[in-house]
Design a protein around this ligand. Structure first.
Ligand code: HEC
Length: 123
């Protein structure tokens, strides 16, 4: 019996130590680097400098690395929508705001603030 309890204890310790895959909304404090890698890098590149989808020159947008964090956070909240306020209007800077809406709709306000800071730190 003691052995079983001990091995169960060790197994649960192992579970805690193993890296938990990122899922939006589950991690507090928000893990900005993982959010960026999972939700943003495929379109904006690992460095935030991609300005179109790989293989498509039709849809173009700005470089986001090094942007002011407060500006990025405001833009992301406007793309995301969901908050009725005069400060936040649905954003559609290049005509593809709906693409950014689907990329941000599952992010919490806290996650947006964290990922905005991460983007502003990209070089
Ligand atoms: C499916 C592709 C895609 C994904 C994923 C995506 N974006 Fe975008 N992003 C775009 C497009 C397209 C635009 C231009 C939208 C418009 O017309 O306003 C854009 C615009 C932006 C802008 C505004 C740029 C400017 O010039 O002001 C920021 C900031 C931004 N994205 C950050 C992010 C962040 C942070 C994430 C991850 C949470 C993300 N994006 C995920 C495609 C994407």
């Amino acid at each position: 019996m003691k052995k079983i309890v001990l091995s169960m204890l060790l197994a649960s310790l192992g579970l805690v130590a193993a890296e938990v895959p990122y899922k939006s909304g589950l991690m507090l404090p928000p893990q900005a680097d993982k959010i960026y890698a999972k939700e943003c890098a495929k379109c904006h590149g690992d460095d935030g400098k991609a300005t179109s989808f790989a293989g498509s020159s039709r849809i173009t947008y700005g470089v986001i690395s090094g942007m002011d964090a407060a500006t990025v956070a405001k833009e992301l909240k406007e793309y995301r929508g969901g908050e009725k306020s005069n400060d936040y209007r649905l954003h559609n800077k290049y005509g593809y705001g709906s693409i950014m809406r689907s990329a941000t709709k599952d992010l919490s306000w806290e996650e947006i603030d964290a990922v905005a800071k991460y983007v502003s730190g990209l070089k």
